[in-house]
Design a protein around this ligand. Structure first.
Ligand code: PLP
Length: 487
């Protein structure tokens, strides 16, 4: 039990540097947040030692009596955090993360059912034949299956996520496009709002079995009622991936997808402010929900995952750990701790402030004369279109890095290539976790304005070669190199 600093000072040193980076700079990446100390403590618990494949009371290993107790508690907290009736909704709290299991797990379970239903298509019959081998891992399904059922998700260049069926003209890049036939829907090219009517028209032709809503870079709220209408008309499932906005939805500051969707997935580390993990909620009482619980649970384990990461999801009492004041404390493993905090009134205030801060950021940037996609935001993120001023997102991202402002380049609707995106995405979740309010955010907007002006100066006034040198030296030699170039 020697501490990390003693056993491995090199790793400790890297962690210390990253800690300094996170707290000395301004964190504006919309998919990140600063989780609480309690959640961090829970994440680093002795629970990481335990194997617990299976579900409470049905495990493949012994010694799981406390893990069972705690997984049940975590589920209860997840349902409570989103105000869900346990008679109507269930949740699987085991997914390691968003991409690997939460979206893929849900995709698998939803589409498997229609594959099993299909009596005529030879490919589907192949899947029928191997379906009893579902106890093989997802890797085995990966090896055996061909793209089959149809799904529609928001296209990546329009703000959708990779896991929603993304592929390029050259390549099917994600499990969701490799194993399923996907067709993206889009935002309206003028307003940049979801084109619900277009989706309805395309769905009529494409006949998806699953429609996914939710995004990584969409600053507006969703019309779940309209999506449900389209899904019902085509006999499709409706799934919301609320990875980005789940904290805001739990705090009831955005529309509620649970009223309309069959399955809702989320990561736990964005606006929900927990550790890195995922949750899959499934409806228990709708017309589409027959057997959904079993299919979701089977899709998580064994189809996609092995042993759950108990340290991130379940609570434990560690009697032998003591605080500085020598009192034993109860450390609750990370997702459960975060969910406990989400249910408290202070989280509602946090979520409201996140949105107020994002809206302030948007309006100050607009006052400076910049163009934002959709002209503002309803949630925690702002999508800044840099194309009108002739900059790319990657240049501004690099310059901001050197200034201690962390942002990310992002495609904006209409970009020719996702590799050289024309915008940046900003989010206010982390700064709000540092108790920043509108006045602070106005200063942050001022810093961003200056960073963009610096990028423009380097590119336009001083010639793009200087900007390239600046970025090259900064990238290869760190901020010392950048200081040299600045001189
Ligand atoms: N879904 C959405 C909408 C996301 O934005 C992300 C990540 O940014 C994910 C899924 C994937 O989550 P993870 O990175 O935990 O795999």
């Amino acid at each position: 039990y020697a501490p990390l600093a003693e056993i491995d000072p090199e790793i400790q040193n890297i962690i210390d540097k990253e800690t300094w980076r996170q707290f000395s700079g301004l964190e504006l990446i919309a998919s990140e947040n600063l989780t609480s100390r309690a959640t961090l403590e829970a994440n680093g618990s002795i629970l990481t030692n335990k194997y617990s494949e299976g579900l409470p009371a049905a495990r493949y290993y012994g010694g799981n009596e406390y893990i069972d107790e705690l997984e049940v508690l975590c589920r209860e907290r997840a349902l409570k955090a989103f105000n869900l009736d346990p008679a109507k909704w269930g949740v699987n709290v085991q997914p390691y993360s968003g991409s690997v299991s939460d979206s893929v797990g849900a995709l698998l379970v939803l589409t498997c059912e229609s594959m099993l239903d299909c009596q005529v298509c030879p490919k589907h019959i192949l899947i029928r034949d191997i379906s009893h081998h579902v106890t093989d891992s997802f890797a085995a399904l990966t090896a055996l299956l061909q793209p089959q059922d149809r799904l529609m998700g928001l296209g990546l260049p329009d703000g959708g996520h990779l896991t929603h069926g993304y592929y390029t003209a050259k390549k099917k890049m994600t499990a969701s496009s490799i194993y399923f036939q996907s067709f993206p829907y889009a935002v309206d090219p003028t307003t940049h709002l979801i084109d619900y009517a277009g989706l309805q028209r395309q769905a009529k032709i494409f006949k998806p079995r699953l429609i996914i809503c939710g995004a990584s870079a969409y600053p507006r709220d969703w019309d779940y009622a309209a999506l449900k209408k389209t899904a019902d008309a085509e006999g499709a499932y409706l799934m919301a991936d609320i990875a980005h906005t789940s904290g805001l939805i739990a705090a009831q500051t955005l529309n509620n997808p649970f009223e309309f969707c069959d399955v809702v997935t989320t990561t736990t580390h964005k606006t929900l402010r927990g550790p890195r993990a995922g949750l899959i909620f499934f409806k228990k009482d709708g017309p589409n929900s027959q057997d959904l619980e079993k299919r979701v649970n089977d899709a998580v384990f064994p189809a996609c995952q092995g042993g759950p990461h108990n340290n991130v999801r379940t609570p434990i009492f560690l009697g032998f750990r003591v605080h500085a004041d020598k009192k034993p404390y109860q450390t609750i493993a990370a997702v459960a701790t975060a969910l406990l905090q989400v249910s408290q009134p202070s989280f509602k205030a946090y979520a409201k402030q996140v949105i107020a801060n994002a809206q302030t950021l948007a309006s100050v940037l607009i006052e400076y004369g910049y163009k934002l996609q959709t002209g503002g935001t309803d949630n925690h993120l702002v999508l800044w279109d840099l194309r009108p001023i002739g900059l790319t997102g990657s240049k501004v991202e690099k310059v901001c890095d050197l200034l201690g402002i962390t942002i990310n380049k992002n495609a904006v609707s209409g970009d020719a290539s996702a590799q050289t995106p024309g915008g940046i995405r900003l989010g206010t979740s982390a700064l709000t976790s540092r108790n920043m309010t509108e006045e602070d955010i106005k200063s942050v907007a001022g810093f961003l304005h200056r960073a963009v002006q610096l990028s423009l100066f380097l590119q336009k006034e001083a010639g793009s070669k200087l900007l390239k040198d600046f970025i090259r030296v900064a990238t290869t030699e760190g901020s010392a190199g950048a200081a040299q170039v600045k001189e």
